[in-house]
Design a protein around this ligand. Structure first.
Ligand code: SF4
Length: 345
């Protein structure tokens, strides 16, 4: 191994993945695919962030199942618990304590001006809880609990990472350099639109799940809005404005020039074009779906892998948390125990 590749291998990457249950192809191309690739270049730590999900209480009843479904998709897509640390956020309680310590440093104004907080507060006016306000503090604790120096993010998440960097600078300024300022590993990913041309999202119900059946995938592709000017099969289409064509690029790249020609020269209709795309999606996702179905028959193994991931994460987390406590002036646990014993005698 060369010196430079060795140093890259020792750098730590952290990413949090919301426990939203079944992941869709937008999640895959926007994040998961990149997480898989990073496993071979860095020491990767991936957390299924269930505590973050509690900010919206409607999710809590299904939370455990959502964590499991998320884990199934991640492992089936290629996250290998032997090549990365994959765990559930709440199984590493040190993150909650570091979150509390950081919360003593972060001015309220920083948090109240975060656009995501304002959006969520508008979306659930009856439940503007502390967790929503403190979300970026917990996110920062997630990252720096492992002294991770890199975080894979999309362009739209850069402001969140900048806030984490600001919190790190504040900590380091008050208590001495301890944490690296996490740098982004930018994910070059196409923005995937759903069937209704809005961003692909479970909350819009316009997505194609990685775990969807072949019939469900074909049906969802059939619902995709195409070029509105193409009313009849004999009308030439405009692939450049059609979302079906964009998906051909991801799942059916070899045939894309032919798709373009047939569309612009009105050689086929949108029904045939969608059928070819749906079949290409099913072919492409077939192996992942087979791995997922197999894993789903062995839930104990999945939970065990997550528990082992949490144990490995806690080895790092305990030592980083102890260092942060010491730097912030908290007495070492041993002297606290001694004082307790003295008080009782
Ligand atoms: Fe879109 Fe295909 Fe229809 Fe052209 S033929 S408008 S690319 S669905």
């Amino acid at each position: 191994m060369s010196e430079s590749s060795e140093s890259v291998a020792q750098e730590r990457v952290f990413a949090g993945i919301r426990a939203t249950g079944r992941q869709h192809i937008g999640n895959y191309f926007g994040a998961i695919k990149n997480f898989v690739a990073l496993q071979d270049r860095y020491q990767c730590i991936y957390s299924i962030v269930d505590l973050h999900s509690l900010t919206t209480l409607t999710e809590s009843e299904q939370l455990s199942n959502s964590v499991f479904e998320t884990a199934l998709d991640l492992i089936a897509a290629g996250l290998d618990p032997n090549r990365c640390i994959l765990y559930v956020q709440s199984h590493v309680p040190e993150v909650s304590e570091l979150h509390l310590l950081l919360s003593m440093l972060v001015p309220n104004g920083w948090l109240l001006r975060v656009p995501t907080f304002k959006e969520k507060a508008r979306a659930q006016p009856d439940n503007v809880n502390y967790g929503l306000v403190g979300y970026p503090v917990l996110q920062t604790a997630d990252i720096i609990l492992y002294k991770a120096s890199r975080v894979p993010v999309g362009q739209d998440q850069l402001p969140h990472l900048e806030l984490a960097r600001e919190i790190v600078r504040r900590f380091n300024h008050h208590f001495g350099d301890m944490f690296p300022e996490p740098e982004p590993v930018l994910t070059e990913a196409p923005l995937l639109l759903g069937a209704d041309r809005r961003k692909m999202s479970k909350s819009y119900g316009n997505q194609i799940d990685l775990a969807a059946s072949e019939a469900e995938s074909l049906e969802r592709v059939r619902q995709f809005i195409t070029d509105p000017q193409r009313e009849r099969k004999s009308d030439p289409g405009r692939p450049e404005i059609c979302n079906v064509y964009s998906l051909h690029a991801l799942f059916n790249a070899d045939e894309r020039p032919e798709v373009y020609r047939k569309c612009t020269q009105a050689e086929w209709g949108c029904v045939d074009c969608k059928l070819q795309l749906g079949n290409a999606i099913n072919d492409s996702l077939g192996p992942l779906r087979a791995r997922r179905a197999d894993l789903a028959t062995r839930p104990d193994e999945v939970w065990e892998a997550l528990a082992e991931g949490a144990e490995r994460a806690r080895v790092i987390a305990r030592s980083v948390l102890a260092e942060a406590q010491e730097r912030m002036g908290l007495p070492p646990a041993r002297s606290r125990v001694a004082k307790d014993a003295a008080a009782l005698s």
